[in-house]
Design a protein around this ligand. Structure first.
Ligand code: F6P
Length: 337
């Protein structure tokens, strides 16, 4: 098993579930350290009942993680295949988002690599599954922050801009914004102009509501953002560096004259204990992954369709991002202003 990409609450619950089900079948379970890097470098550790005990409430990943892309390293793929064979592994469970699972899909397609996937990400942007675990916890954390910002915004008659993660999709912004009662939500998929956002805020203030909460996704496009520095091995810029929340706050203050502050929630959104919903989803995904391995159904990924855990092709699941559809945004928009 390996965990790759950004960590998220629920990874340890998957590890526990995969291991528990595999033990009952007499399989041995090995953890690979720090994502694909561990397979490139041959860094493994045996997982027994003691190692996987007490994991349900624990955030992060006991295996460590990285954003290593073996396809971008000289000899990386060869090292992965050689180390896997040398260790006499039979199957790999890759737990990750579009990048980690994209590598898994490619290894399977090109080398018939015996891998199954488990979808994780706070961003919920993976197609093939209705929800990824980690997302519910992130939304819960952001909603709590929005609730707290309401009381201080109201006391000071301020506009509060809250910048949330989500990369190029606005799932976290939309869901936490709906749950927290945001007055404007700005996401990459359904761009509302700054003028329109300011108009909504003005309307509120004219109605006697002297404070507003604006939730903005880190991936929202705005003129005048900072240049993000280096790309990671999967070609992503660090969106948080662009400062969209700060930029938006100063634009709102300038255009409306209302005092405005910004809160960037950052990695707090990924830390700590998973919600019960994420623990349960991660557990169900873990059991499904162990079953897929047992059936030798490689190239598949555990997925949630409605309330059922099913399996889908890894290739399809990583082919495109799952963006926020217009009807979800309409739910949020009904409460703007
Ligand atoms: O994909 C999860 C995520 O938290 C994104 O929402 C965010 O853009 C990115 O990872 C941050 O990455 P890092 O942990 O490398 O700063």
């Amino acid at each position: 098993m390996l965990t790759g990409g950004g960590d998220c609450p629920g990874l340890n619950a998957v590890i526990r579930a995969v291991a528990r089900r595999s033990f009952t079948r007499g399989h041995e379970v090995v953890g690979i350290r720090e994502g694909w890097r561990g397979l490139v470098d041959g860094k493994f550790e045996a997982l027994g009942p003691r190692e996987i005990s007490g994991l349900l409430p624990r955030g992060g990943t006991i295996l460590g993680t990285s954003r290593t892309n073996p396809f971008k390293l000289e000899g990386g793929t060869e090292a992965v295949l050689a180390n896997f064979q040398r260790a006499e592994f039979d199957a790999l469970v890759a737990i990750g988002g579009e990048d980690t699972l994209g590598v898994a899909a490619k290894l399977h397609a090109e080398n018939d690599f015996p891998v199954v996937g488990v979808p994780k990400t706070i961003d919920n942007d993976l197609s093939g599954t209705d929800y990824t675990f980690g997302f519910d916890t992130a939304v819960w954390i952001c909603t709590e922050a929005i609730d707290r910002l309401h009381t201080t915004a109201e006391s000071h008659n301020r506009v509060m801009v809250v910048e949330v993660m989500g990369r190029h999709t606005g799932w976290i912004a939309v869901m936490s914004g709906i749950a927290g009662g945001a007055d404007v939500i700005m996401i990459p998929e359904q761009p509302v102009s700054i003028d329109d956002a300011c108009e909504e805020i003005r309307k509120r203030h004219e109605r006697g509501k002297d404070f507003s909460i604006v939730v903005v996704s880190e991936g929202y496009e705005l003129e005048g953002l900072n240049e993000a520095s280096d790309l990671d091995e999967f070609g992503h810029v660090r969106l948080s560096e662009r400062g969209v929340g700060a930029r938006l706050a100063s634009e709102i203050e300038e255009r409306t004259g209302y005092e405005t502050r910004v809160t960037v929630l950052g990695h707090v959104q990924r830390g700590g204990s998973p919600t019960p919903r994420d623990r349960v989803l991660a557990t169900r995904f873990g059991l499904k992954a162990a079953d897929l391995v047992n059936d030798r159904s490689f190239g598949r990924m555990a997925a949630l369709h409605g309330d059922a855990v099913v399996d889908v092709s890894l290739e399809e699941a990583t082919a495109e991002l799952k963006t926020v559809p217009a009807d979800w945004y309409d739910v949020a928009r009904a409460f703007f202003g």
